[in-house]
Write a protein that binds this ligand. Structure first.
Ligand code: PLP
Length: 385
């Protein structure tokens, strides 16, 4: 099987799975309990916070709340912020966890402006400048788009926003960027950052919010006061330790991995382009091939429905996506339409996403399978008509 849907999830590393098993079976103590074994677990948790902070260049001004997912971390920031801020800006290309939560507040009268995207899927800087006013108190913009791999210029966005209103709070959903592109919070004027474990070869069910200690963060889940009172519930110590081990290992080779994946993507694109030209297929590429994350490729063949192509490839043992898995239950694709894509272009969208485990030994063969399937489907749909 060739797994090309790593933006939806990644396999857990063996050594992280070992750590998790050992914690579950042998070190199962509740970190809030009072005896020594529990204290040891609490120390491991706190060490995990420090390690995550180091990986993303967070100084002592930051702290980490572990959550059950990035969806939960996004909900935590948005409910804490949108419930009290007058004017807010959210990019139209955000993940459904941000969009759905913002829609809830919008429907309840909160002022939210949705920042448009440019044709390659990045937040349009000029439009952002028009939206940003001295009354804007909260901005939420993702680092890497889960749909197209477009990378937003968070440094510029956060600096510009704070130059207009120094008190504005900035949230960055960095789920698709963590340990894949270098993040240094020391250089970004970001106040909250969301990450997820299962996108970086950690277990599912673990996320985190890294936040500036001096900004307000009202908890959504109340109870025993765990996680500095920001998120009650007994911590998932095994999952968190597995997550952090996966981060450390991926981060150690961040540049090497990126260069390798970049080469794969380039090779695959050039083969797909060449072969679709030969096959008379109209190829649509969403996003900029060079500036986007090498880990995500959003594309399509005009006239070939993305979902039908997905199942045709599944029969050939190649697993791909048709855009964000979290969005797949909803029709349409907000990101692609914000980039100016037509309905016909959106319908044919597929997303290939890579990981360091992707062993595309022969891009030619994979490109051949994808193009052949698309060609057959195009012919069949013509005959049916
Ligand atoms: N944010 C982005 C950009 C994502 O791609 C995803 C998952 O696809 C999430 C948030 C949600 O992550 P989780 O599955 O941990 O809830």
């Amino acid at each position: 099987m060739i797994f090309l849907d790593n933006a939806s999830t990644t396999p857990c590393r063996e050594d992280s799975a070992e750590i998790i098993k050992n914690e579950l079976v042998n070190n199962y103590f509740n970190p809030s309990a009072k005896y020594m074994n529990a204290l040891t677990e609490e120390n491991k948790l706190n060490q995990a916070r420090e390690t995550l902070k180091n990986i993303v260049g967070a100084t002592d001004e930051f702290n980490v709340v572990f959550t059950g997912s990035a969806t939960e971390a996004n909900n935590l920031v948005l409910s804490s912020s949108l419930s009290r801020h007058k004017e807010n800006i959210i990019s139209i290309g955000e993940h459904s966890s941000v969009m759905a939560k913002s829609k809830f507040y919008l429907d309840n009268g909160v002022k939210i402006s949705y920042a448009p995207l440019n044709s390659v899927g990045e937040v349009d800087k000029e439009k952002f400048m028009e939206l940003m006013t001295k009354d804007t108190e909260f901005v939420s913009i993702m680092l890497v788009s889960n749909e197209t791999g477009a990378i937003n210029d968070i440094k510029w966005i956060s600096e510009y926003a704070k130059s207009v209103n120094p008190k504005v709070l900035i949230h960055m959903d960095a789920v698709q960027g963590l340990c894949k592109i270098k993040i240094n919070l020391k250089n970004l004027k970001v106040d909250y950052m969301t990450v997820s474990s299962h996108k970086v070869h950690g277990p599912k069910g673990v996320g985190a919010l890294i936040y500036r200690k001096n900004v307000k963060l009202n908890p959504e889940i109340l109870g025993g006061g765990q996680e500095m009172g920001k998120r009650s519930g007994t911590e998932n110590v095994p999952g968190i330790l597995g997550f952090i081990n996966s981060c450390v290992k991926l981060n150690e080779k961040i540049d090497e991995n990126r260069a390798k994946v970049h080469e794969w993507k380039k090779g695959l694109i050039s083969e797909i382009k060449r072969q679709s030209e030969e096959s008379d297929l109209r190829l649509i590429m969403n996003g900029d091939e060079e500036s986007a994350s090498p880990y995500i490729l959003s594309m399509g063949f005009l006239g070939v429905k993305g979902e039908v192509l997905l199942h045709a490839l599944e029969r050939k043992n190649i697993l791909i996506g048709t855009g964000s898995a979290c969005n797949s239950k909803h029709s349409g694709n907000v990101t692609l339409s914000a980039m100016g894509r037509s309905l016909a272009e959106i319908e044919c969208n597929i997303r290939l996403s890579f990981s360091i485990d992707t062993t595309i030994e022969d891009e030619k063969e994979i490109a051949r399978t994808i193009v052949d399937c698309a060609k057959k489907l195009k012919t069949t749909s013509k005959i049916k008509r």
